[in-house]
Design a binder for this molecule. Structure first.
Ligand code: PHE
Length: 342
């Protein structure tokens, strides 16, 4: 018995726990209901009367030793983080909540644009990012020598002039027109690629949302009213719009739309460069050549189209000064857009 006690004493003295789990195992092994020390105490009744005094003293000593050891080891864990790799750390610590993620501002702006147009009866269409020349340029009335077809502006896949990364999501609209008879009312979100130097105002990858509406008797006035509704939903009910003549190969007439600057209310400020207006999108009546390329009778049907950059709209909405912030994914930037995601 004395031998067993001595062996146990040695074990207790030498014991060192790496993890709280090990410490708990140690407590159970020594002091638990079926533990070694408990077993020795149970055996105490068999000890001869003359040894009882000595053995009893030893047993009590060793019990105190084990208890003190446990206390000391526990204190260590209370003051230090449990070692890496431990199965359980201090179970009495209150839980630390993980940060809740948030939607990326580009997704938020895109979703808002899509919601506004789906309320007007538009449906969302998708298409490939790697496209062919027909869907990006030819069907959209781009002349063969148009600069957008140049290597400088467009990313081609393996120098094959027919396969390229889409430079706008108008290619989705071509695919929809080829498949669907009018009336057509679609909205096409997606990533687009242009060979541009990266700066605060430009990036070689960005996001667009383009829209297309084709039916009998669709007029420029319909387009203007639709875009006015969009601008007021997106930027506030007092927003004014202005259409300036412009040019796109696939629309005639074409226009660029400005919205009144909501920062200064049109009086002029840094954001709108003292003009009171901010450019937000390109639009126009679909060129009859485009309708014919896609197998739609241009004598019977007319339509309008528009396209906008999501990064740019988000910049205006939240006054973000540098486009590169969207792509760096610095949490300090992203968490400013934290909303309840349902
Ligand atoms: N596709 C044009 C662009 O990428 C935008 C646009 C779409 C303009 C539809 C007019 C009509 O800039």
């Amino acid at each position: 018995m004395t031998e067993q006690i001595e062996r146990l004493r040695k074990q207790i003295v030498e014991f060192k726990s790496e993890t709280l789990r090990e410490l708990e195992d140690f407590r159970i092994r020594i002091l638990g209901r079926k533990g070694e020390l408990t077993a020795l105490f149970d055996n105490f009744k068999n000890v001869s009367a003359e040894s009882k005094k000595e053995i009893g003293k030893l047993l009590n000593e060793i019990k105190t030793l084990a208890q003190e050891k446990l206390k000391k080891e526990k204190e260590y864990f209370d003051n230090h983080d449990a070692e890496a790799g431990s199965l359980i750390s201090d179970r009495t610590l209150p839980a630390t909540a993980d940060g809740i993620g948030s939607r990326h501002p580009i997704s938020m702006a895109k979703n808002e644009i899509l919601e506004i147009f789906t309320r007007l009866g538009f449906t969302v269409a998708d298409g490939p990012e790697v496209e062919d020349d027909w869907h990006v340029f030819t069907a959209l009335n781009f002349p063969p020598n148009h600069p957008a077809r140049d290597m400088q502006d467009t990313f081609f896949v393996e120098r094959n002039p027919d396969i390229l990364l889409r430079t706008h999501t108008s290619s989705i609209q071509v695919r929809v027109m080829e498949k669907q008879k009018p009336p057509v009312r679609v909205i096409c979100p997606g990533r687009v690629f242009r060979n541009e130097a990266i700066s605060a105002r430009a990036h070689c990858i960005f996001h667009q949302v383009e829209g297309l509406y084709i039916d009998e008797n669709v007029s420029f006035a319909d387009m203007k009213q639709t875009l006015l509704y969009f601008a007021r939903e997106m930027f506030g009910e007092n927003t004014q719009i202005r259409l300036r003549p412009s040019f796109f190969p696939f629309t005639e007439p074409s226009a660029e739309m400005d919205v009144s600057c909501k920062i200064c209310g049109g009086k002029g400020c840094n954001i709108c460069k003292h003009t009171g207006w901010l450019e937000v999108l390109g639009c126009g009546m679909v060129d009859p050549n485009v309708l014919e390329s896609c197998g739609i009778d241009s004598k019977k049907y007319t339509g309008f189209a528009f396209g906008m950059g999501v990064e740019r709209l988000a910049m205006l909405k939240w006054q973000i000064k540098d486009l590169r912030l969207y792509f760096e994914n610095d949490v300090r930037f992203l968490e400013q857009f934290e909303t309840v995601v349902v």
